[in-house]
Design a protein around this ligand. Structure first.
Ligand SMILES: *[C@@H]1O[C@H](CO)[C@@H](O)[C@H](O)[C@H]1NC(C)=O
Length: 433
């Protein structure tokens, strides 16, 4: 951008080029993990709304979530389509939790709506605080999803978020591992502050990873903090648990699954998934997406085979329903498959994309199985993010953007056509059900 920055970057570029000239296979020099960000203590009035984020909450509704230190602050959201003019309001409820010596602030969840599609709303939380704004997703295609998992809160996370912020997207999809708080509850608060600029402006739809669990056997159940802070529309989608749910946006039905809750054939999750998939109307939602944390198709040495058990049970359900794309995280790298099923390429299976490359403190997973499996199209261990632009009922453009130093560089891209065009008929329809 600025010439000064270029002056610094150009010699660096020369060095990188020189290295690549010597080592022909290394076309890109991967940077190491960056340090966890430092968040100076910033005292605010106890009723100041902090860590604001929004999520889709059933048709034409949005859930606004924020935290105050003050328990008596109202769960009120005032909003309207012009700055400073709040023509509507919504009231919600609060929760809080304790974790060993830590007590959370008051966590407010307020659902507002009905809202117009593709419209900017100005809002404020708790009857005070700064004015924020968000844009609702469109009613029809095109619709764009930003995708990045395993975020954490390091210098690389910041770089990834900056790149996502530059992209014109409607909804953020996060396939697990948010804060990397790892039992230190204060880090959930700093993560909430870090993502607020993005997560208060576009709905963030998340599912859990291993870093959300934070259970202590016989003492603290899993997902206590995650469930309190990142409430998703599970009630709205007929699920019994915040750990699995679905939502619809424009012409896409999105299923969010839990890799760390029961998925066997007698489980709530399995039965809910079966019922949820049976309600999908491909005329209304020609695109069907699924997200969960642990990848089923992964040729990285990291976390090899960890998704096998869930895959064995649930892959037939996703296949029968004709899922188009599966997004997973967990492996800190990027990989895209062909359409696959049962361990090999299959034109009637989903494309699997591993995108656990948001930028967390653990660094990259850069050891791959050699040779690459026949189903693997592209794999690379770099931090970055993805963008899925669903153009119409048949075509979507997928691109993956690597954080090349602090520039966002599009490194993989593909047109994906929807299952409805592949000539594959959903199993249930084949069987005349
Ligand atoms: C959908 O978009 C693709 C890519 O732009 C285009 O080739 C195709 O004709 C479009 N289909 C319809 C039905 O508009």
């Amino acid at each position: 951008m600025v010439p000064n920055k270029l002056k610094i970057l150009l010699p660096l570029w020369a060095v990188v080029m020189a290295i690549t000239a010597v080592k022909a296979t290394a076309d890109y020099v991967r940077p190491p993990a960056r340090k966890t960000l430092h968040f100076p203590w910033d005292p605010k009035p106890s009723s100041h709304p902090q860590q604001v984020h929004i999520s889709l909450a059933g048709e034409n509704h949005m859930r606004v979530t924020w935290i105050t230190s003050d328990a008596s602050s109202p769960s009120l959201v005032e909003y309207g389509t012009s700055p400073g003019q709040y023509t509507s309001k919504g009231h919600g409820d609060t929760t809080s939790y304790s974790y060993i010596l830590y007590s959370s602030g008051t966590i407010h969840h307020t659902v507002i709506g009905p809202l117009e599609h593709n419209t900017v709303y100005y809002y404020r939380c708790g009857g005070q605080g700064p004015e924020l704004h968000f844009k609702t997703p469109p009613a029809q295609f095109p619709v764009t999803f930003a995708v990045a998992g395993d975020l954490g809160q390091t210098g690389w996370t910041k770089s990834t978020l900056d790149h996502i912020d530059l992209c014109e997207y409607d909804v953020h999809l996060l396939p697990g591992d948010l804060s990397y708080a790892d039992y230190i509850q204060r880090r959930w608060d700093t993560f909430g502050e870090l993502v607020q600029p993005l997560a208060s402006a576009r709905p963030w739809m998340v599912t859990q990873g291993n870093h959300e669990k934070e259970n202590i056997p016989f003492f603290i159940d899993g997902f206590e903090s995650y469930n309190a802070r990142w409430k998703m529309p599970y009630e709205e989608s007929g699920s019994s648990s915040n750990l699995f749910y679905s939502f619809e946006v424009a012409g896409a039905h999105v299923v969010m699954l839990g890799s760390y809750t029961y998925y066997d054939e007698n489980s709530d999750q399995y039965n809910w998934l079966k019922a949820d998939l049976s309600t999908v109307d491909r005329k209304k939602t020609p695109w069907l997406l699924a997200l969960f944390h642990v990848p089923w198709y992964n040729s990285n040495h990291a976390h090899q085979g960890e998704g096998d058990e869930m895959m064995q049970v649930m892959e037939p359900l996703l296949y029968a329903a004709g899922v188009d794309i599966v997004f997973a995280g967990h492996v800190h790298a990027y990989e895209r498959s062909k359409r696959v099923y049962n361990g090999k390429s299959d034109p009637c299976g989903p494309v699997h994309i591993t995108i656990g490359d948001g930028g967390n403190k653990e660094g990259l997973a850069n050891r791959y199985k050699d040779p690459s499996p026949e189903w693997s199209v592209f794999r690379e261990a770099s931090f970055g993010h993805g963008e899925l632009k669903i153009v119409n009922s048949t075509h979507a453009f997928w691109s993956w953007h690597r954080n090349d130093d602090d520039e966002s560089v599009r490194s993989d891209e593909a047109w994906i056509t929807s299952f409805t065009t592949t000539g594959c008929v959903a199993k249930e329809q084949k069987e005349g059900r």
